[in-house]
Design a protein around this ligand. Structure first.
Ligand code: 17E
Ligand code: FE2
Length: 412
């Protein structure tokens, strides 16, 4: 179907524009386009149009398991890992597929069309990975899934951890993970990162590490990861996720660290909702926020995106998949509430995340696939502040999710 979307605000452009779509691609973008024969006209009503929302960090294999077999009572990362380890023993391919199918449809409601999901491979049967590999194909028309081989219980500290990572690489994952702060020793932490980077180079894959997700200021996986990325010239192919220890590093150390971070050009993913909840659980008062230095990294020109991390699982029983909530929380907790910072913040879940995922052909441009979302608000500022729904999510020019705008009536 050929479409003419009339009168929308593209990203942060205050002027109204139109989008012409033929055979699933954008063919013309500009104001005042006239309908062509056979075209269906969709009135945009001055609403905001963004490129598809990107979830750059989530664990779909554990989605919808909160309370199974028990709840995470302490609210710590480590109890979450224990609870998941118990639940993991009962995984079947059918169980994982049923839950992930629900989770991606929930994400679709919020305009998500790209998802990088960390799949736990510290499982001798690699059950979750087998399920996700099937889903990556089955769901490809609706969502692009990027799979990370994620060693939740360690590469060096889990039986056959290295072999499981290698098997996952040969089965066809997109990204190699690691978890240096969970390894038994600092030496293991370093060698696990070397192993992960070498494996990624061997299989020509990306790297995304759960890096220093702890309040321990001595957790310094990041300097090793950035140095390996720099020395191997991997740049944007490498991502450091969480990096919450950076919140607790002393400023003199961060000043030194910033040099290699900048030289390396790696990406960062912050998960502010989850890390404000999981971190600083050993603090009394005052309590640290436990979120990486998003403002300083951004100001230094480094690429940062935001992720949800969890959808109703042992780490966040309240995760919805709606990245608007993540940006909303993230701006507050990182104190990025300047007007321009708010206006720019959709980039954390669109363009910045696209760089993290190494997407090519992302964005609303003539010649690109007609993938976009329409919010029921005229601008990102208003969409964010009034929690406006995504009224339409289009992929290849086809409507794949829609929400009726909410009507409010105040009776005085
Ligand atoms: N596993 C982990 O190591 N860290 C997290 N934040 C989650 C799972 C959600
Ligand atoms: Fe995570």
């Amino acid at each position: 179907m050929n479409l003419l979307i009339k009168d929308v605000h593209l990203e942060d452009n205050p002027d109204s524009t139109d989008l012409r779509i033929a055979e699933g691609y954008f063919t013309e973008i500009g104001p005042g386009l006239e309908p062509a024969p056979g075209e269906t006209v969709v009135p945009g009503g001055g609403r905001l149009v963004l490129p598809p929302i990107i979830e750059s960090h989530v664990h779909l294999d554990s989605a919808m398991t909160a309370g199974q077999p028990r709840w995470n009572a302490s609210g710590t990362l480590f109890e979450g890992i224990e609870v998941w380890s118990e639940r993991k023993r009962d995984l079947t391919v059918a169980d994982v597929k049923e839950r992930v199918n629900r989770a991606v449809r929930q994400q679709a409601r919020f305009g998500v069309q790209y998802v990088r999901t960390h799949v736990d491979v510290t499982d001798p049967g690699l059950t979750a990975l087998r399920a996700l590999l099937e889903l990556r194909e089955e769901l490809a028309d609706f969502v692009t899934l990027q799979l990370v081989a994620f060693p939740q219980e360690g590469i060096e500290s889990y039986p056959n951890g290295r072999d499981l990572m290698r098997e996952a690489a040969s089965m066809g994952v997109d990204v190699i993970g690691a978890i240096p702060h969970f390894e038994f020793t600092r030496e293991y932490s370093v060698s696990s990162l070397r192993y992960a980077v070498d494996l990624a180079l061997e299989f020509d894959l990306l790297v995304d590490v759960h890096c220093d997700e702890t309040d321990d200021e001595a957790s310094r996986g990041l300097e090793t990861l950035a140095t390996l990325a720099y020395e191997n010239q991997m740049g944007a192919r490498v991502t450091a996720s969480h990096t919450t220890a950076m919140h607790s590093y002393n400023n003199a150390y961060v000043n030194r660290l910033m040099r290699v971070l900048t030289l390396s050009g790696i990406n960062f993913v912050s998960n502010p909702l989850v890390n404000t909840h999981l971190q600083a659980r050993t603090d009394t008062y005052p309590k640290r926020r436990g979120v990486t230095r998003v403002k300083e990294l951004t100001e230094a020109g480094l690429n940062v995106s935001f992720g949800q991390d969890d959808i109703v699982d042992p780490w966040n029983p309240l995760g919805t998949g709606n990245l608007r909530d993540v940006v909303f929380n993230g701006l507050h907790v990182t104190q990025m509430m300047g007007h321009q910072q708010i206006v720019d913040s959709y980039r954390f879940i669109t363009h910045n995340a696209a760089r993290t995922l190494n997407l090519s052909d992302y964005g609303i441009e003539v010649g690109h696939s007609a993938d976009f979302v329409i919010f029921d608000a005229p601008s990102w500022y208003e969409a964010l502040s009034f929690n406006a729904p995504v009224v339409g999510s289009y992929r290849g020019g086809r409507l794949i999710a829609r929400t009726e705008p909410v009507e409010h009536e105040v009776l005085f």
